[in-house]
Design a protein around this ligand. Sequence first.
Ligand code: NAP
Length: 514
Amino acid sequence: MGENTTLLCVPLISHNVEDMLVQMNRAKASGADLVEIRLDHLEAFRPSEDLQRLLSDRPLPALVTYRPKWEGGEYEGDDHTRLDVLRLAMEMGADYIDVELQVAHDFMSSMSEKKPESSKVIVSSHNYQITPSLEELGNLVARIQATGADIVKIATTATNIIDVARMFHILVHCQVPIIGLVMRERGWISRILCPKFGGYLTFGTLEAGKESAPGQLTMKELLNVYNIRQIGRDTKVYGIIGNPVGHSKGPILHNEAFTSVGLNAVYVPFLVDNLREFLHVYSSPDFSGFSCTIPHKEAAVECCDEVDPVAKSIGAVNTIVRRKSDGKLVGYNTDYQGAISAIEDGMRGSYGATDKIGSPLAGKLFVVIGAGGAGKALAFGAKGKGARIVIANRSYDRAKALASLVGGEAISLGDLESFHPDEGMILANSTSIGMHPNIDETPISKQALKSYSVVFDAVYTPKVTRLLTEAEEVGATVVSGLEMFIRQAMGQFELFTGLRAPEKVMREAVMRNI
Ligand code: NAP
């Protein structure tokens, strides 16, 4: 698995010493290795007394930081006083001291004789605007090393997720202990994957809202969602590419699945602006597979080296696998399999049944509301099973275009209310109508639902939509979008790993978290 020596540090930004001591104990209980005492956040700070209290009974090793305004902190006084406080903290036994590069030479020369063996000096540099070029980052590391720092710390800002790749490069090649983090959401992976690339330390907060720098994750997320203690050099990286992507339940679901089968892999959120550029930069075999969500599913068709024929017809790829044998990117669509198999099993009245000879969709009239990504997946999927397709969409032109692609019929949303050419029709909603927070909305009246024997809703927040409640009330068989969600994720797991998906684990993870 490769050695994981990365320390987990909780930043403490309380305004008073009492609260900071309480938070220190909470940090220990959360599983942290050390705390960062941010002196610049303390109000009415009395150096000797407060440091004495903070350091004497500390339950964990402590990093003492007194960040000035000019480096993004809260301290507004003069640097002489500030550096005196840091020297005092060191004499009092602080395990680590953070000193900014700009003042590090002065600090180090004033300490040379008196520096206690047990204290380590972290010399830090923060860039709140950008992440410089690889060459500039390399020069920065050299300048920090030249101060005599025990540990180098560089924190930059991600304006694009590809910035993080340069930081990983620096971490891997640095000869001394280094903390290399990239701030903000586009830098999330720098905070999760540092054990893989040899980062000395990463920060985790006790709860959301207690960040000392933008983009920090919580200790719970690092430990329980991303299993950061298990990440090592050889850990394979998977993840969900999207924008936005922070709300995705994919990491919870896939990481639980990886753990349950004992795979050395982690699944992370990739907040991506330009898919082609992202795939080009993260092209090492370490980045083994990706889920794709809004707005990248269509672009993914163009960015893959090979695309599964059905995904190509649908015009959307939701899964990309880096083929081990030749490194080529292969695109698939598990949305359509997930949706169609859920509907088929719902019709058979036997989720998980094994006797699946022939499709119950064959010959049926299958009405899709919506003509977007999910609509296309449903229409092509049902067509492939021998159903006759009708598309109803708000924009009639899009309904017509999709209907002609699948050899079906287009109708307007208005026509849907009186549409009843057949008995035993199947209805599939693929619009976002009825999705949280608009849970009172529904795409079709309860009266009109009486014409359908099976109703599927792609929306899965809430778990039971108004459409499904009313469909059940008029006697239809209902199939939830959650079933599609679970199955598309199982399909992805199988493509990623070549293993059978741990269905029970994945179902339970979804039920607990949605
Ligand atoms: P999309 O490509 O943006 O398509 C959205 C569709 O909904 C379009 O047909 C659009 O009509 C229609 N629409 C949106 N708002 C509407 C409104 N107020 N009234 C009438 N029609 C409206 O989105 P998508 O990726 O297909 O996703 C659609 C839904 O499916 C979302 O709720 C998503 O969460 C869900 N989904 C679920 C799963 C799952 O695993 N269960 C997977 C994928 C998607 P126009 O063409 O007129 O704009």
